[in-house]
Design a protein around this ligand. Structure first.
Ligand SMILES: Cc1ncc(COP(=O)(O)O)c(C=O)c1O
Length: 335
């Protein structure tokens, strides 16, 4: 920016023209968006925006969810909508719609996007209404639902496992960790550290020094006795994927493939001594971890529990009608 030039004062038409023409190559990933400001769905990325006086923009005052649609069906959509309502209740944000109405809107945006494989992100905000921290400035909540292309990790990541590092970015704890709010600065800094240090994922420590979670993923281990352990949902977000993985692991325990499943604290030493380590998350499903800051972890290759859990979760995503919406997009496969 040249400090000697004054920016022009634009007419509405000129501003719209500039917005339309502005290059945003990353936005070719965006398929459709519902905005409560528009009361409708748009498909042109230049129209996909949120007002600056929506308190979600300047204060992070809002909650969100990210779910995935695979082969035309949104996996565990009900559970994501449920968690959104729980997060909203935690920050005293009352959605002006029911769970069913929100699901129907999500389905309409996925249909408008027209792709059977996509990400569905829902943002429920405090809404537009001035620039202070006072939520009572805002007459009504805002709702934005964005559908974009789904990118899964390459098969190699699952075959070889990924590398994690331990971050010392101060983590969220207790209440703030349990609410999926739009305050994601600690998560952003965690991700930044991973990228800067060449790790695939960074995992944070909680205030007691226990292993907490990744930027947008949960962690679990199989100990030397064959028990799958994940940190209790106290200083972390209770992941929908991890919860489902624990249910599937319960089946594996009954079948004798695992000794048990438990919530329990995970220390760095536990991680280093584990038979297997894995990450859970909406886009990942179950991802084996085989390196810790350059050193081999859990024998340096994916173990049988992670492989079996991944296979069961992928079947659950593709073939279990009880866990997904009905097929929404033409060309979608049948369960
Ligand atoms: C902080 C955090 N932890 C864990 C997860 C994993 O949760 P889920 O399995 O519901 O995607 C997420 C998801 O985005 C997250 O943001």
């Amino acid at each position: 920016m040249d400090p000697n030039t004054t920016p022009p004062i634009l007419s509405g038409d000129q501003a719209v023209q500039r917005l339309k023409e502005r290059p945003r190559p990353w936005a070719k990933e965006y398929l459709a968006m519902y905005s409560s400001q528009l009361g409708g769905i748009v498909a042109e990325p230049w129209l996909m925006s949120v007002p600056i006086d929506d308190h979600v923009v300047h204060r992070g005052d809002g909650v969100f969810e990210a779910s995935k649609c695979v082969a035309g069906r949104i996996y565990q959509f009900r559970e994501h909508v449920e968690r959104l309502f729980r997060s909203a209740a935690s920050i005293m944000l009352e959605p002006p719609f029911t769970r069913n109405e929100l699901e129907a809107l999500g389905v309409a945006v996925v249909r408008a996007g027209g792709e059977p494989d996509c990400m569905v992100r829902i943002y429920l905000s405090r809404g537009p209404g001035g620039f202070t921290t006072n939520p009572f400035e805002c007459p009504e909540p805002g709702l934005y639902i964005v559908v974009s292309k789904l990118h899964s990790l390459p098969a190699k990541a699952y075959e070889l496992g990924v590398q994690i590092g331990i971050s010392h970015v101060p983590s969220k704890s207790g209440f703030y960790a349990s609410v999926k709010s739009c305050n994601y600065l600690p998560n952003v800094l965690l991700k930044r550290e991973a990228m800067a240090k060449g790790w695939d994922f960074a995992v944070g420590l909680d205030e007691r020094g226990e292993i907490a979670e990744g930027s947008t993923e949960n962690i679990g281990l199989v100990d030397k006795n064959g028990v799958l352990r994940v940190p209790p949902p106290v200083n972390i977000l209770e992941g929908i994927t991890a919860r489902r993985a624990l249910q599937l692991a319960g089946d594996m325990t009954r079948e004798g493939l695992l000794k048990g499943v438990e919530h329990g604290p995970v220390s760095l030493e536990d991680l280093q001594a584990a038979a297997e380590v894995m990450l859970f998350g909406t886009t990942l499903d179950v991802l084996p971890v085989t390196r810790l800051e350059g050193d081999p972890l859990a024998g340096g290759k994916p173990g049988p529990v992670a492989k079996e859990l991944l296979a069961r979760m992928r079947r659950d995503v593709l073939e279990n009608p009880a866990q997904s919406t009905p097929a929404l997009v033409q060309g979608a496969g049948k369960p």
